[in-house]
Design a protein. Sequence first.
Length: 277
Amino acid sequence: MIPFTKVHGNGNDFIVIENLERRFSTEELSRMASTLCRRKTGIGGDGILVVEPSQKADLTMRIFNSDGSEGEMCGNGARCFARYAFENRLAGESMAFETLAGLMRAQVKAPDVILDMGTIDCSKGLFDETVSLLGETFPLAALRVGVPHCAVFMDNLAVRNRNDLVLLGRTLRHDSLRFPQGVNVNFVQNLGENKLLVTTYERGVEDLTDSCGTGSTMSAIAAVKRWGLSSPVRVLNPGGVNTVHLEWVEDGRSCRARLEGRTALVARGTVLEEAGL
């Protein structure tokens, strides 16, 4: 039997599993994610967060998407990870933890968590592109924020049909010529007053999610570049609000980003044998 905790950050939900003694292999964790994240026959989640030891920081965070693939980084997942670590006395209010995308630092002010995402190199981003999808043409931006992201700008996101967004997102996510590693697709509408409406199609989940932390961060950066928004930028996701704080350096070639938002510890339990792991 395997203990677990269910958490979410603005509706981006995860199953936390401790692996402090390296009990589970990568293959076992991958299978655990694809099995337990099923909404009807498992616990349900966008992914699992794995707590492992670190020799460089307080802990190591690994994330496995619901399709079993291991991700480099997840903003909301990292915030949930920090909240879990603090509440279970694995780290203090201020902590550092390793990820495949590098060292992350977080400050817990429960239920809020502020994640320092470090300095993001914007010089390698694309901010003045266009893309044609299913008979429509949209302005496009692309930037790696721990993981690859793009932003599709539209002025009618609030009234767009969900199925249309899924089809648009899936089409661009699998555009191997433009994005050989695949990409997370953020649909972005400017609401004015430094506020954005953002819905994200996530690689690895292969569906729209209620919130995406790295997607909120990338969308805020792209919106500042496109519309001249000021920091902080409030990003309205279907599951809640992420606030992105940006500090620009090197004449706008890079920025230091902090992601702030709510987290919730929802339930604790035990995975039983009949889960089929």
